[in-house]
Design a protein around this ligand. Structure first.
Ligand SMILES: Cc1ncc(COP(=O)(O)O)c(C=O)c1O
Length: 466
């Protein structure tokens, strides 16, 4: 023992009780100061004390409904007892994890489980995040095809490391980080544009989210299959990024499975795969692609990650998939998602500011649009002139402030709210959301009052920051 006294235990509860109230100051001083600034501005600077299932609780015991699931990772809600128990077991078993020069059974078992959901795919690479799953797919596609360029869709989001940023369809994310890889974007659903790029002969792959996270826009029906055929004719690969849509979110295990005859060459997964507890990423693919990458013994570590396949992530993944089967979570996402969208779509007729409700399973987009009546149009036009997306923000804020429901605007400059709740929600949570949303819409359609006062504050801030 290096010191003559053993290390003291870390009393986390005492630490949080003593310093928890400093959370926003600590963030501002040592991490990203823009985060607390933004949270203070929109009044989202809450002190949540604990979380369970689809709810957070504050110190007074008030419940907050989570329609965000940590950007989609808590598919099983917070603290699912089966996942939590699996993690306790990993720690208590004193496993010889990550020795690196043996083969742990856990990654093999999780890969076996995952691949049982994806007939036609043979192998898995485990990393630690969504962006790493994408980086892996980009590298594997280049290596397998011997070509370099990867196509992506306008408005795509695939992560924020340098490779995945090169296939990001939003200028705002890329600004200041170039030069990136010379990849090219095509409009979502445009076969002609895809064919034109493929004719140049240098395309390794197309990467696509079956339903884009930004704006909740699905690829048109039939497009994935047509794109797959075109890509294969040109010896290029189809990569489906299912980091957000995968593991049951859209009511299928993977969203590409919604359409018959689609079999991507590579599939990226992450987020929900470990039940939200432990970082994880997975790239699933066809055997021949992996054979090209790991083509000889001296290439055994040509693509690897120090923490990849760690026991906590693997055990959490196994527990998550078991819960998904036992509790029929994918079926629940489909059934409750259908009901949810039906209830919301019925409001489109009633509210002129509500333009569209779309999505699949429990990935739902609510889009606002230009009202017909003069009374509302003035306020709407002022918001649009200051910055697109302010009306959606005007809805998100009272949903949290007055109704204690956490949602998000689905990307900058979009009048779309995205709902990606835990997949275990029931009709009760749908009722709570629809009731609150109806009240917020009623307020908005009065054309005056607190909500529009807040809108005017947002306009002033937007104009001030231009
Ligand atoms: C479709 C998609 N791909 C990749 C990523 C990146 O995942 P991560 O944040 O785990 O790196 C995200 C994150 O939101 C995503 O939605």
């Amino acid at each position: 023992m290096p010191a003559d006294r053993p290390a003291r235990p870390l009393d986390l509860s005492a630490l949080l009780a003593a310093r928890g109230a400093e959370r926003y100051e600590l963030q501002a001083k040592y991490l990203n100061p823009q985060l607390p600034r933004m949270l203070h501005t929109i009044g989202f600077d809450k002190y949540y004390e604990r979380a369970e299932g689809p709810y957070f609780y504050d110190a007074d015991g008030n419940s907050y409904l989570d329609m965000l699931a940590g950007f989609g990772i808590f598919a099983l809600g917070r603290h699912h007892p089966v996942v939590r128990d699996a993690l306790h077991q990993v720690i208590d078993l004193d496993l010889p994890d990550l020795t690196r020069f043996d083969c742990s059974p856990l990654p093999g078992l999780l890969a076996e489980q995952l691949l049982s959901h994806t007939p036609g795919l043979d192998r898995v690479f485990f990393g630690n995040s969504g962006t790493e799953a994408v980086e892996t797919a980009l590298k594997f596609a280049r290596c397998a095809t011997g070509k370099s360029r990867v196509l992506y869709c306008d408005h795509a989001f695939h992560g924020l490391t340098a490779g995945s940023l090169s296939v990001n369809g939003e200028a705002g994310f890329r600004k200041g980080f170039g030069p990136l890889l010379p990849d090219s974007s095509i409009p979502l659903g445009d076969l002609g544009a895809l064919a034109k790029e493929l004719r140049r002969g240098d395309v390794a792959a197309l990467i696509v989210e079956p339903i884009q996270g930004k704006g909740v826009n699905a690829v048109p029906t039939g497009w994935l299959r047509a794109a797959q055929e075109l890509l294969h004719e040109h010896k290029a690969l189809l990569i489906c990024d299912e980091v957000q849509t995968g593991i049951g979110r859209t009511g299928d295990f993977f969203a590409y499975q919604h359409e018959e005859g689609v079999l991507p060459d590579l599939v990226c997964a992450a987020k929900a795969l470990s039940g939200g507890y432990v970082p994880i990423g997975a790239t699933l693919g066809k055997g021949w692609i992996f054979d090209k990458v790991y083509s000889s013994m001296d290439r055994v570590l040509v693509h690897s990650a120090s923490f990849g396949s760690n026991a906590q992530a693997m055990a959490a993944g196994l527990a998550t998939l078991q819960v998904m089967r036992d509790e029929q979570v994918v079926e629940n996402a489909r059934r409750v998602g259908d009901l949810f969208r039906e209830r919301l779509a019925a409001l489109v007729e009633k509210y002129e500011l509500l333009a569209d409700v779309r999505g699949r399973g429990l990935m739902i987009g609510i889009e606002f649009g230009r009202p017909r009546s003069l009374k509302l149009r003035t306020g709407w036009t002022a918001l649009q002139a200051a910055r697109k997306g302010l009306f959606a923000q005007m809805v998100v804020v009272p949903l949290l402030q007055r109704h204690r429901i956490l949602t998000q605007v689905s990307g900058d400059h979009l009048e779309v709210i995205k709902l990606i709740p835990p997949l275990i929600i029931t009709e009760r949570e749908v009722d709570r959301f629809v009731g609150a949303f109806t009240e917020v819409m009623d307020d908005a359609h009065r054309g005056s009052g607190l909500m529009w006062d807040f809108g005017r504050t947002l306009v002033k801030q937007a104009v001030g920051s231009k």
